[in-house]
Design a binder for this molecule. Structure first.
Ligand code: HEM
Length: 422
């Protein structure tokens, strides 16, 4: 009996060991591994996190990709963290092997107190139902009323005295917050009217703690504080009356003149939590992305008189009239400037997915990095849109130069090498 048990155990161990060996062969030998100098890989992890906090993230990632290739493995504390800026691998995660990847449990847990099951924190069925719910609310006729942008923009202009230097990023953050809160609830928090706006302060604090939680992966809970819960409560207190009012008024209360997102959402659901979670996701989606894109656009315009002149000439054709949605669509140079800004300064420069089962990524292995690599279940895969957008082998020798003209009459396909909205 004892011999049988031993034999079974030996056999099980042998199968387990040889599977592990073959997997390790592919992941460890074929995928270039970050060379740690200290035990447990803490120096690699430290280098990555430090770059997030001292604003050297882009340079750090660029130097890592040039040293190790466009897909590599940083192993720390015995955990594999893959990094890639290879369009084929990103395409696999977001499209061709979509079912194999998701945001993953660590990401979900880090974001849950803030976003709940909102679209940004959802995978698979939860994501599909969020997407189904939100899609009609982004139909063109719902988002093409541009008048209220003008109202907020005039308030922003009051903060820009002639001939003085101003912090445009701070002002654009306030502009975007005022617009998104009005769009979502019908009422703006009015941060441009009030320098000490409490909602803006609370929203910043919640975003910062959530980002810290997310950057700690499975150790996300270490970044929580009592203040985090209190600030979340304050955000909820702000949204609650709008949600309750919209639910009370019920279906059909929303018309084109008084369109706001919360009321429109009540056409499809009256579940308080569902509405709350989606609204939080849109608050997150709508502010920093827009504000940073506007800031970088003006940064580049301030540095190039010829580009400024060309853009001004196109805008002058409106003869001082407010643009319509169709006007905006026909302004090709404006679109080129925005596309180029989002290429060099993508609002979401780095993102993350996790493998939901054992699977592969199409590239990164073998001597030339063109072979598939194994991706064990639960592997975190970081993908860097920012460095991919400035790769000379993909964009040409002027990849790092701001040149909106590259978008005019371009016959080159940019699908999967240009992903500012993925
Ligand atoms: C310059 C402006 C913007 C940029 C660059 C941008 C970029 C992105 C990116 C990169 C994602 C993918 C995130 C991920 O899946 O991990 C995303 C998703 C999303 N964004 Fe934006 N965004 C912008 C503005 C907005 C605004 C103003 C809204 C709405 C008010 C919005 C709503 C959404 C929604 C609902 C999703 C989730 C889509 C889905 O999962 O199907 N975004 N955006």
């Amino acid at each position: 009996m004892l011999i049988t048990i031993c034999a079974v155990l030996c056999l099980t161990w042998f199968i387990w060991f040889s599977r592990g060996l073959s997997r390790r062969k592919v992941t460890a030998l074929d995928l270039p591994r970050y060379r740690n100098r200290y035990p447990l890989g803490l120096d690699g992890l430290y280098r990555f996190y430090r770059s997030l906090y001292d604003d050297t993230f882009y340079e750090t990632m660029q130097s890592l990709y040039s040293e190790y290739g466009h897909t590599f493995n940083l192993r720390a504390l015995g955990i594999d963290f893959y990094f890639t800026d290879d369009p084929e691998n990103i395409k696999a995660m977001l499209a061709t092997q979509y079912d194999d990847f998701g945001k993953g449990p660590a990401f979900n847990a880090a974001f849950y107190p803030f976003l709940g099951d909102g679209i940004f924190n959802a995978d698979k069925i939860v994501w599909q139902s969020a997407r189904h719910l939100l899609r009609p609310l982004f139909a063109r006729e719902r988002i093409s009323h541009l008048d209220f942008f003008e109202r907020h923009f005039q308030l922003l202009l009051n903060h820009i005295p002639d001939g003085e230097t101003v912090d445009l990023l701070g002002l654009f953050m306030r502009l975007a917050l005022d617009i998104i809160t009005e769009y979502l609830t019908g009422d703006s928090v009015g941060s441009l009217k009030n320098d000490e706006n409490e909602f803006a302060v609370v929203f910043d604090a919640v975003q910062l703690t959530t980002a810290r939680r997310a950057s700690l992966g499975r150790l996300y809970f270490l970044a929580s504080t009592v203040g985090y819960r209190k600030n979340l409560d304050k955000l909820e207190d702000f949204l609650k009356p709008y949600i309750e009012e919209s639910i009370k008024l019920g279906r059909g209360s929303n018309n084109d003149n008084s369109y706001h997102f919360t009321a429109a959402l009540c056409e499809y659901t009256t579940d308080h939590k569902v509405i709350r979670d989606q609204i939080m996701s849109l608050l997150l989606a709508g502010r920093d992305t827009t504000a940073t894109a506007l800031s970088w656009t003006f940064y580049e315009l301030a540095r190039s008189q010829p580009i400024w002149t060309l853009l001004r000439n196109e805008v002058s054709k409106l003869r001082g009239q407010k643009p319509t949605f169709d006007n905006l669509k026909s302004m090709k140079y404006l679109q080129a400037v925005i596309s180029e800004t989002l290429r060099l300064y993508p609002s979401v420069p780095h993102n993350v997915r996790a493998s939901m089962k054992e699977t592969t990524l199409p590239r990164g292995g073998g001597p030339d990095g063109n072979e598939p690599v194994i991706c064990p279940k639960g592997t975190t895969i970081n993908f860097t849109i920012h460095t991919m957008h400035t790769r000379e082998d993909l964009w040409g020798p002027d990849a790092s130069i701001f040149r909106p003209e590259r978008w005019l009459n371009s016959s080159t396909s940019t699908s999967w090498i240009y992903l500012p909205f993925k």
